[in-house]
Design a protein around this ligand. Sequence first.
Ligand code: BGC
Length: 763
Amino acid sequence: MKHLLFKLQSFLVLLVFTAASAYAQKSPVDMNRFIDDLMKKMTLEEKIGQLNLPVTGEITTGQAKSSNVAKRIRAGEVGGLFNLKGVERIRDVQKQAVEESRLGIPLLFGMDVIHGYETVFPIPLGLSCTWDMKAVEESARIAAIESSADGICWTFSPMVDICRDARWGRVSEGNGEDPFLGAAIAQAMVRGYQGKDMSRNDEIMACVKHFALYGAGEAGRDYNTVDMSHQRMFNEYMLPYQAAVDAGVGSAMASFNEVDGIPATGNKWLMTDILRKQWGFDGFVVTDYTGIAEMTDHGMGDTQTVAALALNAGVDMDMVSDAFVGTLKKSLTEGKVTEEAINAACRRILEAKYKLGLFDNPYKYCDVKRAKKQIFTKEHRAVARKIASESLVLLKNEGNVLPLAKKGTIAVVGPLADSRSNMPGTWSVAAVLKNATSLAEGLKAVAGDKAEILTAKGCNLMSDAEYEKRATMFGRSLHRDNRSDKELLDEALAVAAKSDVIVAALGESSEMSGESSCRTNLEMTDTQRMLLQELLKTGKPVVLVLFTGRPLVLNWEQANVPAILNVWFAGSEAGFAIGDVLFGDVNPSGKLTTTFPKSVGQIPLFYNHKNTGRPLADGAWFQKFRSNYIDIDNEPLYPFGFGLSYTTFSYSDVSLDKTSMTDKGELTATVTVTNTGKRDGAEVVQLYIRDLVGSVTRPVKELKGFEKIFLKAGESKKVSFKITPELLKFYNYNLDFVCESGDFEVMIGRNSQDVKKAAFKLL
Ligand code: BGC
């Protein structure tokens, strides 16, 4: 009997694959026919099973309840798994699904491949500071090659949440505060991951997240309430998600927060009306982790109620909650969900599998030979090193302390001076931490035998040992030193005394940003500030190499340290890349994509704010009864778009080819940029526009274009931006996307504050 059953099962599996091969071409008609046939064979339980995504990795957060995964795969109760690493393990699990479940439907294997796989690129916030869309796309391309070689066909990236609150730990995972730049990056990432059409075995499906508005949680606290007007939502936050949809992203992830009083996971307006109907999204929606179960804590009802709410809202796949498999059958009997809704969700998951080619070949991503050859390769690491060097932002360089000469003795001091595990940065789940190069190792490699590199820890990350534990989780320990502060300092000062220049490797540990790593005090920690003060007292030149996953409050450092290089967490090759920049082999060109405030009290502080009815007069920092503070000015420490170079650039005035256009026309704004220094270098030329009068209030400026150019010393280049009516559109009071005739200001410059202006009219 058993034998007979197995035969029958094998026959069915064969049937599915024969059918799959026959309909392998990706015409929608073929796909629909294939899925119709398959769904006819599926039981209700098997359909609901496709909607289930349990976790298998080592990192579990929230209320993980999944267990006994293998048994459930055989029972057809699993649609995919995530965060399982290793091609052989994945192949084994896929085999269970294909050979041991009744219909042999292959599984999706997802992972948080956020900024690279084993070759790790800069954290997304750093990557965005390259303003280099080719580099962004290439980083995603390499991440796709490496992860697909290791069995992964689906990544939970790009994360495109706009954030204006540096307290939020996940500001590190996004692209900063600007929707225009965020949209360009979202598209570049989707292109990089998915390639042309996901047909190759090194192209994977992307997942835009966290839909929507996750970066706007109150008080910068993770998972917190979001409440904003639709005006703000559509003009300032939605564009990057929509851009990913336009680029053909295969899946979207619901966010943890509520939107308009309903958690995103259960919000039909968001998931169906906007995402599918308005934007035409045709992929599937997955929850973020226990998003469905969490709706009970949000106060939306018991598990059965919230599962039905999510399905009816348009959510297709339940990550970790087990709420769909646990309750949908019952809800169907009780009339709380329809069979059509279950079928629609199941169909979308099957479509994704079809588009990925898994029905043709469930082992498409399980080529063990590829895994051996294509992960953490020399070529990938060379690209990562180059991109990492582009992401570094030079914040200060008084007296040209930088670049350093490759000679003499250099002291590399600080808790981050010689850590490998902290280099990749937060959300690098596939990274092999020991493979990263520490800063000291990187500097030694770049300086070769021309300079001597000495190291000392100098201090612990902070004096509070418990805080340090929270800040160094997931294997990113900085190995707290039991010696006293004085002993650590004395050791560092002795090393400094032997050196010509001091590189202070300070800031945040990698897990001080990222999920559930919010902070209220964004200054340098107590021990590190003390160390920096003592290092400065030596009178030797000090360069602050600042590791951080968010904007920090650096007033003291800006006032007292001659050179500051913000290095974010630049990935597995960061040590080399920082060396390349410190020693001048690479001229820094990164520009901030997030405003650095002078005080946490100014947050949210962002460049594209509204004017108010009581703006400050130009140049004033306080005026009574104007919009300001009495204890601090309104200005940021470093504005959006800011970043220095080892060379200097001058900008000509802006010339316009005409000063008015109709809503069918266009005009061109041009500047000439000249490299006025002695080194070759790259510059990010930024275009901002202000709509001076509107039917709703408009921001004081908005980024509407950028171009990264390379100029040899002394060279000039004309940079032109085409201004079209499309670029002037915004969502009006009725949420129509329109441009309105009137006066506009064009601003072009090196950052959001330092711009040249011209004016035109839209007739
Ligand atoms: C995060 C997501 C991530 C998911 C799966 C959640 O906690 O918010 O960004 O993709 O876990 O690991």
